[in-house]
Design a protein around this ligand. Structure first.
Ligand code: TRP
Length: 334
């Protein structure tokens, strides 16, 4: 039997090459080897102040984007279409130690962000976020969770919750999930290679995977290469980032030959940029075409995702039924 993989993403309504190479491409690749459950987590998106008019639109947009890059519709679900996540999350609140949840660095970061930037309002939902995340994972009894370093702490908490649950009910019911740490490239902003590629830093700092050709090429052409601060004999952050992009995009031959130029002290930045531009464009054109097709069949695609969510929900419902049985809650089938 295939091992199970689960991962989720918040509906941010956009996808850049940092997201793609850092996480979402990995989702696509894992589908060959594992039984995959991939969720767009709209309940999680409510934990920070948000625009109610945009949430649903962004949720669909993220679904379309994921499908356009190669995630199979049958593996995708929308979290709020599987409300058992929230139900199990509530149950897990009683198996999660307050002191441990208080220690989560993502909460500390996001709550201090929110103090600085917006209303200063911090919701209980933001605090409880990792407990809902534990429910996302355990409800499917996932073996592996592909996530970045920043989510390791949440995975550790998930295992603690599973452990406490198992101890209390006197049964090894939940599988303890493992983090699947695949080596994924950390892509930097081409406008400022000292920071990671991210939307929050502003327009210049991320390259949309669905960007139009002119914009994509312009962003690569204006990538920062040398700032003059690099020590002799060391590759600058900007050049290293361009090489990283080239490798990530699978342009191995260009990578090898341009690296030889670099080592011989003969690299022309314009050549490197051309190669990166073409490599990214090669991916981008396929994505743009796939997305256009999805948007042309929006209704069918939405129907397909409702169906896959319903099918995936059956797995979640079964878990919650068993959990109710084990924990002493009433377990009535209406
Ligand atoms: N917290 C994750 C992030 O910020 C998103 C997420 C929610 C998630 N639930 C999950 C990731 C379950 C993996 C598994 O990226």
């Amino acid at each position: 039997m295939k091992k199970r993989v689960l991962s989720c993403i918040q509906p941010t309504g956009h996808m850049h090459f940092g997201n793609y190479f850092g996480a979402n491409k990995n989702w696509v690749d894992l589908q060959a080897e594992y039984e995959c459950f991939y969720g767009v987590v709209d309940y999680h998106a409510m934990t920070m102040p948000y625009d109610v008019k945009k949430l649903r639109v962004n949720t669909w947009e993220m679904i379309f984007n994921l499908m356009a890059i190669g995630v199979k519709g049958e593996n995708l679900f929308v979290q709020s279409l599987v409300p058992e996540h929230a139900e199990l999350g509530w149950i897990f609140n009683n198996f999660a130690a307050m002191g441990r949840v208080e220690n989560m660095t993502q909460f500390k970061d996001k709550s201090s962000d929110s103090k600085e930037k917006s209303s200063g309002f911090i919701s209980v939902g933001l605090f409880d976020y990792p407990v809902l995340q534990a429910a996302d994972i355990l409800i499917y009894k996932a073996d592996y969770v592909p996530v970045g370093e920043d989510q390791k702490q949440h995975l550790e908490l998930t295992r603690e919750i599973a452990n406490r649950f198992n101890n209390q009910v006197g049964k090894e019911y939940f599988v303890l999930p493992e983090t699947l740490l695949t080596k994924t490239p950390k892509i930097k902003s081409t406008a400022d290679p000292s920071r990671k590629m991210s939307k929050s830093a502003g327009e210049k700092h991320y390259i949309n995977v669905f960007a139009d050709e002119a914009r994509l090429l312009k962003q690569i052409r204006s990538a920062v290469t040398d700032t003059g601060e690099t020590t002799e004999g060391q590759m600058s952050d900007g050049v290293a980032n361009l090489f990283e992009l080239l490798k990530a995009a699978g342009a191995d031959e260009d990578h090898t030959s341009l690296m030889k130029d670099y080592e011989a002290g003969q690299l022309k930045y314009v050549d490197l940029k051309d190669a990166v531009g073409q490599a990214l464009l090669g991916l981008n054109q396929g994505f743009v075409a796939a997305k256009a097709e999805i948007l042309a069949n929006k209704k069918d695609v939405k129907y397909q995702i409702k169906q896959s969510s319903e099918r995936i929900r059956k797995v979640a419902q079964e878990t919650v039924r068993e959990v109710k049985e084990l924990t002493g809650l009433l377990n009535v089938k209406f």
